[in-house]
Design a protein around this ligand. Structure first.
Ligand code: NAD
Length: 411
């Protein structure tokens, strides 16, 4: 099943419970704009390569559209469309004044030099700069991109439009970025893990966690959880998975990754297992924080964790989600679980527009407030209506976007 079809299953499930009309469903399902662009680049070896980039702007009823920019070989229009719709519901669930968008370029960033990545980023901006902007659509980092790509993005956008620090978020702190943005998604995952297990009467020290992916989201989630006394027993990345029943020394893992171009290969004092084994490990909390579609109907019956926190976007297929629901596995959905990133992106945008730096303490405090309030709202609605946390989050998100659409009127 393609990614967009999967997100529409969740959308329709919530829409059915809300008695949403067919006309409103159609309006909220079709993207506002979808762009595909050609990115020709001269590679370091002198050859010309042509890449394909996408930007999908899904909905702007609640504010400028917001969403990351992904560099990954599997990027295509369907995936970007699915991720753009998720952003619309996500910004609404955490109640920040944005709509949803997403972008991507179908490349494997690990196979390109910094010079090539800079050229790809700048050429992409050349192609889309006139349809994005601080009041229209604001990109941010996602898989395969980070602060450096955002800095190139800003610089290229400003060549056309002049000083515009708020045109993109996730920038380096030295270049109008916000302290706390880099850690925000992982930290948000950690905050929610803590809230969720507290609700269930569990203590962090007695909670074993496995995390798939040790990039931006996975590594900061691991750091926050380890500092909060959780026992992180398994971590992984593209090189494989690493297990230690007594708990992995996360500071040592972070150091190891820093010294090895971000990769965990060769991590000392751990047993090497596969990514498939990590997903099926005997743990209390499983946090997929890498790719979409990793928990499927095939491996769902073997997943032992009673709690799954979707740090990645769309890590569970709808078929697997139904199986896990029947088994009463608690799933904290992506549109809430990884919303810490877009929330602090919003704080960065606000600071850029205020020309005033909040500092890390205020950013963390406000993030904690937004994530906690959003969690409580989703939890309460799920209890009230007897629905999953995912359906409750969708009902809240769709409800807010739908009301804004109706109130604004369609003329
Ligand atoms: P990243 O590129 O920084 O890290 C990805 C990690 O996944 C790396 O450790 C990589 O080695 C690992 N990985 C890649 N392929 C793998 C595989 N086949 N098996 C196991 N591990 C694999 O990306 P990120 O920014 O951390 O994003 C991860 C997920 O979180 C994505 O789904 C993304 O959409 C989502 N997300 C990110 C943000 C953000 O602020 N960065 C915000 C919301 C959601």
């Amino acid at each position: 099943m393609k990614a967009y079809e999967a997100t529409q299953i969740y959308f329709n499930r919530a829409a059915d419970l809300m008695d949403l009309s067919d006309n409103m469903r159609r309006l909220l399902s079709i993207s506002s704009r979808e762009i595909q662009v050609q990115i020709p680049v001269e590679l370091d070896n002198g050859e010309i390569a042509t890449f394909v980039g996408y930007r999908v702007q899904h909905d702007d009823a609640r504010g400028p559209m917001k969403g990351g920019l992904r560099y990954h070989p599997a990027v295509d229009l369907d995936e970007v469309r699915a991720l753009a719709t998720l952003m619309t519901w996500k910004t609404a669930v955490v109640n920040i004044p944005y709509g949803g968008a997403k972008g991507g370029v179908a490349i494997d960033p690990r196979t390109h030099s910094p010079r090539e990545l800079e050229l790809i980023t700048r050429k992409f901006v050349d192609q889309i700069h006139d349809v994005i902007g601080p009041d229209t659509d604001i990109p941010a980092p996602d898989m395969g991109t980070g602060a450096q790509e955002m800095a190139w993005f800003l610089n290229q956008y400003e060549k056309y439009h002049g000083y515009s620090p708020a045109c993109v978020t996730g920038k380096p702190v030295e270049l109008h970025g916000a302290e706390g943005r880099e850690e925000a998604t992982g930290r948000g995952v950690g905050i929610l893990a803590f809230k969720l297990i507290s609700r269930l009467g569990r203590k962090p020290a007695k909670t074993r966690v496995a995390i798939q992916g040790f990039g931006n989201v996975g590594s900061f989630a691991a750091a926050f959880l380890a500092e909060s006394d959780f026992k992180v027993v398994a971590i992984s990345d593209i090189s494989g998975a690493y297990f230690r029943a007594e708990g992995i020394d996360i500071s040592a893992a972070l150091r190891h990754a820093r010294e090895n171009r971000g990769v965990l290969e060769g991590l000392a004092a751990t047993e090497k297992i596969t990514n498939a084994e990590l997903l099926e490990a005997d743990v209390d909390v499983l946090i997929p924080a890498a790719l979409g579609g990793v928990i499927t109907e095939e491996n769902a019956p073997r997943i032992k964790a009673p709690i799954i926190i979707e740090a990645a976007n769309g890590p569970i297929t709808p078929g697997a989600d139904a199986m896990l629901h029947d088994r009463e596995t608690l799933v904290l959905p992506d549109i809430l679980a990884n919303a810490g990133g877009v929330t602090v992106s919003y704080f960065e945008w606000v600071q850029n527009r205020q020309h005033y730096n909040w500092g890390i303490s205020r950013v963390r405090q406000e993030l904690d407030r937004v994530m906690s309030e959003s969690f409580e709202r989703v939890w309460e609605l799920s209890q009230e209506r007897g629905v999953s946390l995912r359906t409750a989050a969708y009902i809240i998100g769709i409800g807010r976007v739908g009301r804004a659409t109706v109130l604004g009127g369609i003329r």
